[in-house]
Design a protein around this ligand. Structure first.
Ligand SMILES: Cc1cc2nc3c(=O)[nH]c(=O)nc-3n(C[C@H](O)[C@H](O)[C@H](O)COP(=O)(O)OP(=O)(O)OC[C@H]3O[C@@H](n4cnc5c(N)ncnc54)[C@H](O)[C@@H]3O)c2cc1C
Length: 410
């Protein structure tokens, strides 16, 4: 049996049980990798050449997160479960036990367009989505193909040494030609300010392959409730636009809150979705509407706005809003009997600043040689000593201990 589910990034390998001695590899069983991007098996640099790792045991689908099961079924004729690829003939003749720890099989690389590390993308289009949100279409500079993503996933963007994540906003196509993101300007924010004021069509940024475990279900027997605040609409926009081309879409209710219409991005696209998706109920909230603004309800969304029938039908809840709002809504839902594991959240946060971010270039004077050099923080970090040595300064080590010291640096 072949397995072919794709990982979110990095090469995938398909497993086959009809192994021959020539290409025989051992699979390490009982390894629980994260189920973010179902993978058949993986190779790690630390593994011996003839070893790959495969998941063992967790084979049930997780429809709430759009994850397929690992066992083959009618809709998914291949699976990635260790259970599915081991065969009865691997039974130990003495104990009768199945070979759970290792099993010989063929392993062949699968085609994958995911990439590892950073790839250059050019801004193909820039749109003003509202007063402070910029929409960008990013195309790979190398013109190569792009991996599919699942609605709700994001890309990491590197600009000027800073890394930030942005949810993908377009429909999740099988072979996307570009990626779309929407970026809200945060006053004083390093990357969003650079995007708002400095990024124009033709400019290049670096991206990592799409990833993320906040994935919205294209099929689910339970209703889906989406709760978005401000720019937190981005993963849901991708979801709703993806649902457009599918059948069996779940019943979806989107509660979307903003301050006013000027700060409400993607209005036309959401209104179009309201018209085109028969199973979508869209409720917009404006906390400080201006005259002429169009909306469904005035004020902020609260748990009491949720239709009790949806609670009764065990709807699944997906939130992307401020921490305070998500805390409040989550507590309110749980007080109404919704189990915590049926509530999913995406937090829009920048990574904590690293120690390197706080470093600034310094001029360093070497008294004995009389030379002055400028040391700059960079990745990977180059020490002051190495910078000086690179500039031709030589040091005499006067004491060697756990903290070796060189003298001429004062
Ligand atoms: C998975 C994921 C998906 C994301 N998707 C999007 C998206 O689709 N669109 C988008 O605009 N952003 C998104 N973000 C947030 C984004 O990654 C950055 O955090 C945001 O753009 C601010 O970066 P900055 O460099 O401009 O600000 P920074 O220089 O990092 O921060 C400056 C100040 O702003 C505060 N701050 C940071 N983020 C926010 C925020 N969201 N709201 C209020 N204050 C904030 C910081 O605490 C800090 O005080 C996402 C984050 C994650 C983790």
């Amino acid at each position: 049996m072949a397995t072919n589910l794709r990982p979110p990034q990095g090469p995938a390998y398909a497993l086959r049980t009809n192994c021959n001695e020539k290409s025989r590899l051992e699979i390490l069983g009982a390894i629980c990798s994260e189920r973010m991007g179902s993978q058949a098996c993986k190779r790690e640099p630390a593994f011996a050449q003839d070893v790959v790792a495969s998941d063992y045991g967790w084979w049930q689908p997780a429809p709430d997160l759009g994850l397929p099961g690992y066992l083959p079924d009618a809709t998914q004729p291949v699976g990635a479960s260790f259970n599915a690829i081991i065969a009865e003939d691997g039974r130990d003749p003495l104990s009768g036990a199945l070979a759970l720890r290792s099993f010989a099989c063929d392993v062949t690389p699968e085609e994958s367009t995911s990439w590892q590390g950073w790839r250059s993308f050019a801004v193909a289009e820039r749109r003003e989505e509202c007063s402070d949100v910029v929409g960008l279409t990013l195309r790979p500079v190398d013109g190569g193909s792009l991996p599919a993503f699942r609605p709700g996933q994001y890309v990491s963007v590197r600009m000027g040494g800073a890394i930030r994540s942005y949810s993908l906003t377009g429909a999740a196509a099988a072979s996307p030609e570009a990626y779309d993101i929407g970026v809200r300007h945060i006053a004083g924010g390093r990357v969003s300010t650079a995007i708002r004021h400095g990024l124009a069509p033709g400019d290049v940024v670096e991206l990592q392959s799409p990833k993320g475990g906040f994935v919205l279900p294209l099929r689910n027997e339970f209703p889906v409730v989406l709760i978005a605040g401000g720019i937190g609409i981005t993963p849901f926009l991708s979801y709703l636009e993806t649902l457009e081309g599918t059948s069996h879409e779940p019943r979806v209710t989107l509660h979307y809150g903003c301050r006013d219409n000027e700060s409400r991005p993607f209005q036309h696209r959401l209104e179009a979705l309201r018209q085109r998706l028969p199973n979508l109920t869209l409720v917009t909230y404006l906390s400080q509407p201006r005259s002429g603004d169009r909306f469904d309800r005035q004020g902020r969304f609260t748990v009491s706005d949720i239709d009790p029938e949806l609670l009764h039908k065990r709807a699944r809840f997906y939130m992307c809003a401020s921490d305070a709002m998500m805390e409040e809504v989550s507590a309110g839902l749980q007080a109404r009997g919704v189990p915590a594991f049926e509530i999913f959240r995406e937090r829009f946060r920048s990574p904590a600043p690293s120690a390197l971010d706080r470093l600034v270039p310094r001029r360093i004077h070497f008294a004995r040689s009389g030379r002055t050099l400028t040391w700059s923080p960079q990745v990977p970090l180059i020490s002051i000593l190495a910078t000086a040595e690179g500039a031709g300064l030589r040091f005499r080590v006067v004491a060697v201990s756990d903290n070796a010291k060189a003298v001429p640096c004062r």
